[in-house]
Design a binder for this molecule. Structure first.
Ligand SMILES: [Zn+2]
Length: 173
């Protein structure tokens, strides 16, 4: 039986794929272990790799017969893209500035001219720890209200909205 879209929105599998894809771009820090070169915010922070990940997730989901595998691919792309969007909106003080967001279509680095979030230090000293604490508090102050609004909007279905799960329950008694 196919899964209804309303069920998929509450799916733990979809949530795990979305969250995993949303944090995955920062795995490019680990590339340095392979060749000693800093690859952070280069190709690993691009829509090209995000599209490749989405296709891989979709093919993997189809291989194990997950219903609507393209939905999981879109969830991966959405999570990945949210990371790029949020990184575009922060202050960047480590050259090269910005993200190679549109690779492989262009090698240019992009950065929002209107930063919203603070930069994150990468050294381990008290000054950096204090700065990162403030930056994290600022991010939470901005993002938590959005998260709460999204959660509350999700919890209240619109009157007359299609609810496949409820209809199936009513049909099956
Ligand atoms: Zn990042």
């Amino acid at each position: 039986m196919a899964t209804a879209p309303s069920d998929e929105l509450a799916s733990r599998r979809r949530a795990a794929v979305t969250v995993g894809a949303a944090v995955a771009p920062d795995l490019d820090f680990a590339w340095r272990l392979l060749d000693g070169v800093n690859h952070h915010q280069a190709q690993g922070h691009s829509i090209g790799v995000g599209l490749g990940l989405a296709v891989a997730v979709m093919l993997g989901a189809a291989a194990v017969q997950v219903p609507r595998p393209w939905g999981l691919g879109l969830a991966a792309l959405g999570g990945w893209s949210s990371h790029l969007l949020l990184d575009l909106l922060n202050v960047d003080t480590s050259p090269p500035m910005g993200l190679m967001a549109l690779w492989p279509f262009t090698d240019r680095y992009f950065k929002s001219p209107w930063p919203v979030f603070l930069d994150i230090g990468r050294t381990l000293n008290w000054r950096t720890v204090r700065h990162v604490t403030v930056a994290t508090a600022w991010e939470l102050a901005i993002l938590c209200p959005l998260l709460i609004a999204a959660w509350r909007g999700r919890a209240r279905p619109r009157a007359g909205a299609w609810n496949g799960a409820r209809v199936r329950e009513q049909i099956s008694g």
